[in-house]
Design a protein around this ligand. Structure first.
Ligand code: F6P
Length: 326
């Protein structure tokens, strides 16, 4: 058995459905192993302000099905400073917290990595972001739910698009990654998908529209990842409008509704697995690593790699989307 006796757990960065399921798994696994748990509220800011709350098994009852995060979350500028991290360390020491589980995305893991180079309290990460853009894991908590939310929304947009013979540009989240756009585009039969990982798709859009014209398609749906290099859905719609003035074009930006809602079964199960794995990693004296799921199995990935390396989309799926939209 390792040295850790009391762990802290926090959620950081953008919230994602399933974070509560992960918190629950962390608390219950720690309790099962005889460890105490402190919830750290509002991400790293809670470490700096000593905003801690004792968590017991009963504290995490009835949360597995809830979106958001009971610990609240934030993007914390102060933790990026040496002074901020020093305050955080002193507060953790004072509260006798000797291991921390960070549930968040790559920004959160960068903070954790730097902290672990400076201080001896081990941090272990759980990938939690709807973007699914973390290297070393096939899956991040919240992605599956967000994807299903988008699919439901786009199906509804398709109904009205067909009814009016309209073209819709639907913007989905993903500032630097096109996972949500690519998968939702395939799942909804989108005519085109624009993502940051591929360039120059607006040329393809023109071709597709011309093709669609000959087929007399009653609707066109183009999914745009917010981080696409050609701009957001409004900017691209404007360009297309110039080339095809006869088209009745509408834009729909799905926005933060993609981050909310009850987590899918997949997100709940994976969050539960990752929560357990993170606590066991701390018990095994691991530090500065993220737990991930790779080919169905739990893996440990150093923060350094998870943050530095780029996770690409599967380009076979990009091709698949093109083939199926003829
Ligand atoms: O990283 C998750 C995410 O939802 C991105 O897809 C999006 O670009 C960003 O967060 C939005 O952040 P905020 O909630 O701060 O506007």
């Amino acid at each position: 058995m390792g040295k850790v006796k009391k762990i802290g757990v926090l959620t950081s960065g953008g919230d994602a459905p399933g974070m509560n399921a992960a918190i629950r798994a962390v608390v219950r696994t720690a309790t099962y192993n005889g460890l105490e748990v402190a919830g750290i509220r509002l991400g790293y800011q809670g470490m700096i302000d000593a905003n801690f709350q004792k968590l017991e098994s009963s504290s995490v009852s009835d949360i597995i099905q809830r979106g958001g995060t009971i610990l609240k979350t934030a993007r914390c500028e102060e933790f990026k400073t040496t002074e901020g991290r020093a305050k955080a360390y002193n507060n953790l020491k004072e509260a006798q917290i000797d291991g921390v589980v960070v549930i968040g995305g790559d920004g959160s893991f960068t903070g954790a990595r730097i902290f672990n180079e400076e201080y001896d309290i081990p941090f272990v990460g759980i990938p939690g972001t709807i973007d699914n853009d973390i290297y070393g894991t096939d899956y991040t908590i919240g992605y599956d739910t967000a994807l299903n939310t988008v699919v439901e929304a786009v199906d509804k947009i398709r109904d009205t698009a067909s009814a009016h013979n309209r073209m819709f540009f639907v913007e989905v989240m993903g500032a630097e990654a096109g996972f949500i756009a690519l998968y939702s585009g395939i799942a909804t039969g989108a005519e085109a998908i624009l993502i940051p990982e591929t360039k120059g798709e607006s040329r393809d859009i023109k071709k597709l529209i011309e093709q669609g014209n000959t087929r007399r398609k009653s609707s066109n749906i183009i999914i745009v990842a917010e981080g696409d290099e050609e701009g957001g859905a409004f900017a691209i719609a404007e360009k297309v409008k110039n080339d095809f003035p006869e088209y009745d074009i509408r834009v729909s930006v799905l926005g933060h509704l993609q981050r909310g809602g009850s987590p899918s079964a997949m997100d709940r199960v994976n969050a539960s697995r990752l929560g357990r794995a993170a606590v066991e990693a701390l018990i095994d004296d691991q530090k500065s690593v993220m737990v991930g799921i790779f080919n169905g199995e739990i893996t440990l990935v150093p923060f350094r790699r998870a943050v530095k390396l780029h996770k690409d989309v599967n380009h076979n799926l990009v091709e698949l989307a093109r083939i199926l939209s003829v």
